[in-house]
Design a protein around this ligand. Sequence first.
Ligand code: NAD
Ligand code: UDP
Length: 317
Amino acid sequence: MRVLVAGGAGFIGSHLCESLLHSGFDVVAVDNLITGRLHNISSLLEHPRFTFRQHDITEPLDLEVDAVFHLASPASPVGYRRYSIETHLVNSIGTLHLLELARRLNARFLFASTSEVYGDPEVHPQPETYHGNVNPVGPRSCYDESKRFGESLTMEFVRKYGLDARIVRIFNTYGPRTDPDDGRVVPNFVLRALRGEPLVVYGDGRQTRSLCYVSDMVRGIRLAMERDGLAGEVINLGNPDERTVLDLAQLVLELTGSSSRITFAPPRPDDPIRRCPDIAKARRLLNWEPKVSLLDGLRLTIAYFAETLDHAPAAGE
Ligand code: NAD
Ligand code: UDP
């Protein structure tokens, strides 16, 4: 089996490539490196069953594969604000190109959507049947609305052409290789704690997130692709352990033993107040649930970032 991972040099994509190679698949990673890094896949480049192609999927591509994982898209609020038009295009035209490729090859397809399709939700926790509360013209809409478009297009390929495609809605995921500069809450808090800098909480810190460790997420994504009979299914993947951002900041301080302070800054526009997945469907269809606790996942992530700091060149080097 030969599989394509679009977005394979990104955070989740690189872990997915590694896991697939480990199981014996031939893996082709396609990435334009807009938010990903070659460093994420440096250990895979010499692997005999791994191929990397630097390519922008908003341009058509031709490959022979049996399955297409579509994870290509800027994913952090900082990333998709910086690359707002590119985000629109990769989730619309990029998705179209990958769907067309999968259709031509009669390949399985998985679209990596997001909990952001629920916007600032009014239903807790969020089941797949909830249609969301998205601001279509707000600063996050380049991401939310293009992912909604990508979902809609994927479903049309299932209905019109019988494509064996599924959609996973990924909730906040963290772990080693998260981009240290893309402003997501875990790398921000961990790096600031390790450097003794203040942890900046946006708003009052009572907003919640539910954080899933990356190995659990990769296992869920793979099950969603590998299980039969899932064409047209939409499945939430995330960890239902819901925490406030302030609790998370305090936990990171405890686990790092840092004496950093917690400070407060104005809330981000349209920042969802609560987010927590209902994963009953993933449990039922995939027999999947997260295994890594927040404490264990944070310990692993802290160890990773501590090591990257140890190897970072000192100022002036
Ligand atoms: P990431 O930015 O690390 O990875 C995305 C990868 O896609 C990057 O390597 C980027 O260079 C590549 N890419 C972007 N546009 C491209 C294009 N036009 N052509 C080719 N490659 C392109 O982000 P991630 O956290 O690994 O997210 C992966 C996927 O999961 C994304 O689709 C994201 O929307 C989704 N997701 C992630 C999270 C999370 O918490 N990490 C949450 C919800 C959804
Ligand atoms: N956040 C924060 N300080 C930071 C980074 C993020 O308080 O340094 C908050 C942010 O406002 C949001 C939550 O943490 O409420 C998660 O933010 P992130 O960017 O990780 O992802 P989001 O879920 O918003 O896409």
